[in-house]
Write a protein that binds this ligand. Sequence first.
Ligand SMILES: NC(=O)C1=CN([C@@H]2O[C@H](COP(=O)(O)OP(=O)(O)OC[C@H]3O[C@@H](n4cnc5c(N)ncnc54)[C@H](OP(=O)(O)O)[C@@H]3O)[C@@H](O)[C@H]2O)C=CC1
Ligand SMILES: CC(C)(CO)C(=O)C(=O)O
Length: 307
Amino acid sequence: MRILVVGAGATGGYFGARLAQAGQDVTFLLREKRAQAVQQDGLTIHSPHGDFHFQPNVLQASQLTGSYDLILLTVKSFGLEAAIKDIAPVVGENTMVMPVLNGMKHMETLSLRFGEHALIGGLCKINATLDADGHVHQMTPLHQIIYGELSGEKTERILKVDQAFQSAGVEAILSETIITDLWEKWLLLSSFGAITCTMRGNIGQVASAPGGTEFAQAIVTEALTTMKAFGYAERAAAVAKIRESVTDKSSPQTSSMYRDMMQGYPIEADQIIGDLVGRATRVGINIPLLQAAYTHLCVYQKNFVKQ
Ligand SMILES: NC(=O)C1=CN([C@@H]2O[C@H](COP(=O)(O)OP(=O)(O)OC[C@H]3O[C@@H](n4cnc5c(N)ncnc54)[C@H](OP(=O)(O)O)[C@@H]3O)[C@@H](O)[C@H]2O)C=CC1
Ligand SMILES: CC(C)(CO)C(=O)C(=O)O
């Protein structure tokens, strides 16, 4: 299977490297600066599962030819439009486009652009980041990737995707409920993001502070109420697990949005929190805490991102 990984940041670098390490036919589509750096230095992964350094196949958009069987989209939401333009020439009739972005909005965008048949639902759970040298650091052993047909069917093509990820030494899960999984990942991440970015601490620090647990629970309730109004069919056990994880007083967990914010990087405020606020406003649901979190993130985004 010809696999194109778009981006060699935290998620693309990690999962793309693991696929390549397993001998899969992987090419990275990178923009000029990153392409030059990776071509010169290779790609390095630091991981509790073992470090890995290799010289990947790298192309820039103007060098793409043919079509790919699977395109793994690992850009941030604010890079999505440009990435769509870049990959469009190599999305053939049988190409599967699998994003791992957090949130839901990108699914509509991609479906409108390439058609729903091209889209494979995908998400990943990992705590990873890029360091100043462009190395990928996986900070905890978590490296889960979940994917599935939007219909839930076990088609021939999704079984091939499954085979590739199963070979890669990561926790790979073929899901028959990927849309629900995506809502739940968004519920988890929007809550993690709003809690850690607003309170500037990890989950345990917030949960241990006066009012922190109540704040975290109220954030989950606001996000959940909004998602249910837009089609999320609540699975009680999943929501209970999310509530548990956002109120765990011993948890050192943050979110990628929090880590990006601490480093002065751009964040996905609109995709992760703004989209929820917009949806709630459209149907008249009051979500004051998420609204405040969004305002807070927008102030950061406008004034404090390092150029
Ligand atoms: N980091 C994490 O732990 C997790 C992240 N996620 C989600 O995964 C998604 C990706 O996040 P993450 O991997 O952290 O992001 P990163 O910022 O680490 O990586 C994104 C990469 O995409 C590259 N990129 C952007 N546009 C293009 C393009 N047109 N062509 C080629 N490369 C491009 C950027 O490269 P450059 O700018 O250098 O050109 C950058 O290196 C997000 O939606 C995030 O919320 C989900 C779970 C965990
Ligand atoms: C759920 C979590 C926190 C880890 O995968 C995440 O998705 C992120 O940090 O973006």
